[in-house]
Ligand binder design. Structure first.
Ligand code: SAH
Length: 247
């Protein structure tokens, strides 16, 4: 039976503490008590750990672990999703699925066709997006939680200096496939998988001047095939294609 894996909110070199609702679940539902063993993630590293103390009184809800031995952590995919802000429920589903699939980070961006009211509401929604990523990482037994950046205008991200391979999923693209672009990046980078940024447009797609901006800043336009996918489907498909080249 694989040990459960918990992502700690606080840690030092010898202990890690789970707080809040997670701690309550551990204590009340899983009846955590000193001596119980579990895998605990602290600062992106995984440890075999043992419950040292459970505190559930008043508004203190904590389970503290002693960290016994560091375990091999399976790394996230070296992929950052530059995700255009669109219908929050669909976008949040994409954040959860991308986390399960191993995305390293998600950078929400305001694209031209991002609806205005969503762009305005995005800054207040990021904490919720971070909680979704945390819970999905927990469920997926990940060794880390994907970083969710603060929303920025698309142009800032497109123009930012970057050494990684930058790919834009373009629904109009017909020649280059994502697979081909990855194989090229692999060939250029030698052994290990190069870090990649993958940009996904909003429900309305990329505006013409955005496609020109990507092109002018060296982003590779790639296709995921002849069908038009929803942004969340494109996110899943793209991460699956990248992961298939990691094995
Ligand atoms: N409304 C647009 C589609 C937007 S889909 C239209 O009908 O043409 C949202 C985003 O998903 C796109 O901007 C693109 O980034 C990605 N996407 C969807 N289908 C794709 C495909 N076949 N190839 C590459 N990217 C795709």
């Amino acid at each position: 039976m694989t040990r459960r894996r918990w992502i700690a909110e606080r840690w030092d070199e010898a202990t890690a503490t789970i707080e809040g609702a997670q701690a309550e679940h551990l204590a009340r539902v899983l009846r955590a008590e000193p001596g119980m063993e579990a895998d605990v993630v602290a600062g992106g590293r995984v440890f075999h750990a043992q419950v040292a103390a459970v505190a559930l009184d008043g508004d203190t809800r904590e389970v503290r672990f002693n960290l016994l031995a560091e375990l091999e952590a399976d790394p996230a995919l070296p992929v950052t999703l530059v995700l255009s802000i669109y219908k929050f429920d669909h976008m949040e589903w994409a954040i959860e699925k991308a986390t399960e699939l191993g995305v390293r980070a998600i950078a929400p961006v305001v694209a031209r066709r991002t609806e205005k009211h969503l762009a305005q509401a995005a800054a207040k929604r990021v904490e919720r997006w971070r909680r979704i990523a945390h819970e999905a990482a927990q469920q997926a037994r990940r060794a880390d939680v994907p970083a969710i950046d603060d929303p920025t205008p698309l142009a800032n991200r497109v123009r930012a200096e970057s050494a990684v391979t930058r790919i834009v999923l373009a629904e109009q693209e017909r020649t280059t496939t994502l697979r081909a672009a990855i194989l090229e990046a692999l060939a250029a980078s030698g052994a290990e998988m190069p870090a990649i940024e993958i940009a996904i447009g909003p429900e309305g797609g990329w505006a013409p001047n955005e496609e020109a901006l990507f092109d002018a800043n060296g982003w590779r336009s790639v296709s995921l095939g002849p069908r038009i996918l929803r942004a969340e489907t494109a996110a899943i498909a793209a991460l699956a294609v990248v992961a298939s080249h990691l094995e």
